[in-house]
Design a binder for this molecule. Sequence first.
Ligand SMILES: Nc1ncnc2c1ncn2[C@@H]1O[C@H](COP(=O)(O)OP(=O)(O)OP(=O)(O)O)[C@@H](O)[C@H]1O
Length: 248
Amino acid sequence: MIEVKNLTKIYPNGTRGLDDVNVDIQNGEFVCVIGLSGAGKSTFLRCLNRLNTATSGQILIDGEDIAFAEGAKLRSIRRRIGFVFQQFNLSTRLTALENVLAGRLGYHNRFVGALGLYPQADIELAQNALDRVGLGDKKGVRVDELSGGQQQRVAIARAVAQQPTLILADEPMASLDPKLSNVIMGLLKGFNKDGISVVVNIHVLELATAYADRILGFNKGRLVFDGPPSALTESEIERIYSGSVADL
Ligand SMILES: Nc1ncnc2c1ncn2[C@@H]1O[C@H](COP(=O)(O)OP(=O)(O)OP(=O)(O)O)[C@@H](O)[C@H]1O
């Protein structure tokens, strides 16, 4: 369970990326985060796994506050959180399997990755993850020879190979042909059904309402909606999307 309390992020230039956000996310939930560009969706996700550090507040993951954790404590929490980026963040000169194996790095010392000395159990886990995203036959292919959609599926397999309790996905379809949106959301939903909590930033409202158990709506760094898709009335949608992008 994730408990976010009074989370505020003020960037060095004074922008409030997050403004006093309070939210609990239960184990196994599929949460979609919506809002205009600049509303704070990425800041929220990046604070949850500490790619960004908040200015104040708490982030309790299973009771442990990670908002300002460092060193071994941060590493041990982070390895159970998979992150899927808009731009995939793969090592393009490595194969699909090597990229997925990188999801295991948090479990080993630094020589294992550098020398490619992954245990057989990791190789099987990575192969299974690639099979689950439908790319088992591409394991030996360099990822720069794969399509964007295939690369994002490799990135999802890497996150899954971490054996995470939580996957965070920051606009995972934004760099892809819209036709692939349902493929990516479907994969995330499948892993969610296995018990992994999923939080996805998404700008397509119809996809958010189709897949989410719960929607979080941000506006100018503030959480202005928290509820199931069925509670997302026209007036709530207006509240979430009020203000122009230029104001933010
Ligand atoms: N590194 C930074 N330095 C200063 N301001 C930043 C930084 N990163 C984000 N911001 C600002 O913080 C606010 C929230 O940005 P954030 O990227 O979290 O929004 P978002 O909802 O994810 O938008 P998008 O959908 O465009 O990615 C915006 O006003 C943005 O300009």
